[in-house]
Structure formats: structure tokens, C-alpha cells
Design a protein around this ligand. Structure first.
Ligand SMILES: *[C@@H]1O[C@H](CO)[C@@H](O)[C@H](O)[C@H]1NC(C)=O
Ligand SMILES: *[C@@H]1O[C@H](CO)[C@@H](O)[C@H](O)[C@H]1NC(C)=O
Ligand SMILES: *[C@@H]1O[C@H](CO)[C@@H](O)[C@H](O)[C@H]1NC(C)=O
Length: 316
């Protein structure tokens, strides 16, 4: 009797100390589906089929953290995109090589970004993650300008220079201390970009400065640029580096890293974003519409170990 009472007292104590997380667990969506944006095929891609692609590494990256993926294909009507927005739980804007103001990728980004702003303003939590080109696209969407500067960052692995704001950021506060230390000290973040948003251009632009909190920076030796940021008032996140490459891309060139700490960094970013998508309650109108939309309906094409993207999904 006595020991049972102790057990109840302990359970009661636990219950009292965690009401917030218990409540939010009840409302979590443990079957999140994340939309990944397709983009125009790279000119001269010998494996290309149709007009657009998604690099499979972004799909595996999200799947590894417990999400399913729906491709968001280019050249569809606004109406179709609105319907899709109301069916998915988050959006990933992948890296690549298209025009940030004239491409279908930029058109779709704007449609979904605007819908996400409206949704979040109406307490419908909808997260967005931008990687590399996705990061750059988000700066263009927020500022309505292209403020990017050419930098010498085409194939280099760098350690992150964290700002004081990183410690209490939504992205990094859940990371283990030793992983944050690895990110700060080891060259484990892969940079494959010609353009960057410099500290100077960012801080001079009132729209960007008010919208995003800078969590880390880097330099190419001349320009200090922003490498990780999150929005103050929206669940929007962006990295100029490539967390998805370490576990899933294998081209043998400078800037590629496959150390255990780089793989952990990859997983923790994916897991963070998927946990954000779990806070969204959108769903497809029917199981059959969900089934038809999922990326499992397509097969990735192996492009060879020497390709910057080892496998791509292609779409009409
Ligand atoms: C799709 O979009 C691309 C890029 O904007 C355009 O060049 C192409 O004509 C479009 N294709 C179709 C089938 O609409
Ligand atoms: C951005 O910064 C670079 C220098 O780093 C400068 O040359 C460029 O004019 C800036 N762009 C804008 C639009 O301010
Ligand atoms: C590691 O990063 C530093 C910048 O912090 C850079 O100077 C150095 O060249 C990098 N080393 C390698 C091997 O990429």
C-alpha cells in the first residue's frame, strides 16, 4: 500500500510538472506530409525526363526524420496549389540553380509563402524550411528584392559562427551541446553556393532585419554572410548550407563531409523541421487523394556517383 502511494505521488508530480507538453502531444500530427518544391531541369541534364526535378536527397532527409513527401510540381494552376497547401503540413524549398525572380520555382515559392503568411496570421501553424537556393529565395520573398552578393563559397565545408541569439533559437535549442560544439568548431557544414546575403545587405534592409533573427554567419575571407536564420514571428527557417548532403550525396569533391558529427547535424535539422510540421493539422480531402499525391508514385533516377545530385525525381 505504502509503495503504491509513493508511485501515485510520483506520477502525480510528473503529471503536474509537464502539463504543457502533455497537451501539445495530444494535438501533434504524427503523420506529417511535407511538400517539396520541384524546379526546372538543369540545362543539358542527360538523365532529364519531363520539365522539372527534385533531388532525392531532400526527400530522404525528410523521410529519415519521420515525414512523408509530396512533390509540388511546376506549371500547375494557382487553384491546384491552394488545394495542395491546405493538404500538407509544411514546405521545403530545396537547393538548385534557377532564377529567383522569373522561374516557376520562384513563382511557386511566392504562392506558398504568401499562403503560409496568411495561414500563420490566422493561427494555422505552417512551417517553411529553405536550403541554399531556398534560403536565398526566402530573402527575395521577404524583401521583394534580390540583395545577393557573389561570394567565394562554391565547394567548401565551414564551421558555423553562432550569434548570441542561436542559444535560445527554436532551431538550435533542442540540439545536444556536443553537437553544437561540433558545428562551431569542425568544418562540417557544406557550402555550394555562388551567391550569399551579406551581413551588410541584410542589416541595411529593414524588411529582412525585422523579419529574421540571424543565428549563424560565415565568411569567404572578404564578405561576412548569413548561414542560418529563423523568422521572429513565423515558423520559417533557412540555412545557406546543405544538411541533406552529408548522409545522402556522394560526389567526391571539396566541401562534401560524411563525418559522424555532420550526419548528426543533418538529422537534428530534419528532426526539428519535421517536429514543426507535426504542429500543423492540414490533411488531404480523402485517403485516395493523399495516396495519389505522395512521392512514392515516382521512382528516382540514378545519375551516377559523379553527379552533384546522385538521384533525381523527374516530373512533367
Ligand atoms: C512550364 O514552365 C516552363 C518554365 O516557366 C515553361 O518554359 C514551359 O513552357 C512550361 N511548360 C508547360 C507544358 O506549360
Ligand atoms: C550588396 O552588397 C554588395 C557588397 O557586398 C554591394 O556591392 C551591393 O550593391 C549590395 N546590393 C544592394 C542591392 O544593396
Ligand atoms: C575550415 O574552415 C575555416 C573557416 O573557419 C577555413 O579557413 C578553412 O579553410 C576550412 N578548412 C577546410 C579544410 O575546408
Amino acid at each position: 500500500m505504502c509503495s503504491l502511494a509513493v508511485v501515485f505521488a510520483v506520477l502525480a508530480a510528473f503529471h503536474c510538472s509537464v502539463p504543457v507538453s502533455a497537451e501539445s502531444n495530444l494535438r501533434s500530427n504524427y503523420r506529417p506530409i511535407i511538400g517539396v518544391l520541384a524546379q526546372e531541369n538543369i540545362l543539358g541534364d542527360p538523365h532529364a525526363q519531363g520539365s522539372s526535378y527534385i533531388a532525392a536527397s531532400y526527400v530522404k532527409y525528410l523521410e529519415s526524420a519521420g515525414a512523408r513527401v509530396v512533390p509540388i510540381r511546376i506549371n500547375r494552376t494557382n487553384e491546384e496549389y491552394v488545394k495542395l497547401f491546405n493538404s500538407i503540413n509544411g514546405l521545403l524549398l530545396p537547393g538548385g540553380d534557377v532564377d529567383l525572380q522569373k522561374s516557376q520555382y520562384s513563382r511557386l515559392s511566392k504562392i506558398f509563402y504568401d499562403l503560409a503568411i496568411k495561414a500563420n496570421d490566422a493561427a494555422d501553424y505552417f512551417p517553411i524550411w529553405g536550403t541554399c537556393q531556398g534560403f536565398q529565395q526566402m530573402t527575395v520573398l521577404t524583401s521583394s528584392k534580390n540583395l545577393l552578393t557573389l561570394t567565394d563559397t562554391k565547394a567548401v565545408a565551414l564551421p558555423l559562427t553562432f550569434t548570441p541569439a542561436a542559444q535560445n533559437s527554436r532551431i538550435f535549442r533542442s540540439f545536444p551541446k556536443d553537437l553544437l560544439q561540433s558545428l562551431a568548431e569542425e568544418n562540417i557544414t557544406s557550402n555550394f553556393h555562388s551567391w550569399s546575403i551579406t551581413m551588410q545587405n541584410f542589416t541595411r534592409n529593414v524588411k529582412l532585419k525585422r523579419f529574421y533573427k540571424i543565428l549563424s554567419t560565415n565568411t569567404d575571407g572578404i564578405n561576412e554572410f548569413i548561414s542560418t536564420m529563423e523568422a521572429y514571428r513565423y515558423p520559417f527557417y533557412a540555412v545557406q548550407w546543405h544538411p541533406e548532403k552529408s548522409p545522402f550525396e556522394w560526389i567526391d569533391k571539396p566541401g562534401m563531409v560524411h563525418t559522424p558529427s555532420s550526419i548528426r547535424a543533418s538529422f537534428y535539422t530534419a528532426s526539428f523541421f519535421v517536429s514543426e510540421a507535426m504542429k500543423n493539422q492540414h490533411r488531404f480531402p480523402s485517403p485516395s487523394e493523399e495516396e495519389k499525391a505522395l512521392i512514392y508514385n515516382y521512382s528516382p533516377v540514378f545519375k551516377g556517383l559523379g553527379s552533384i545530385f546522385m538521384q533525381n525525381y523527374y516530373f512533367d
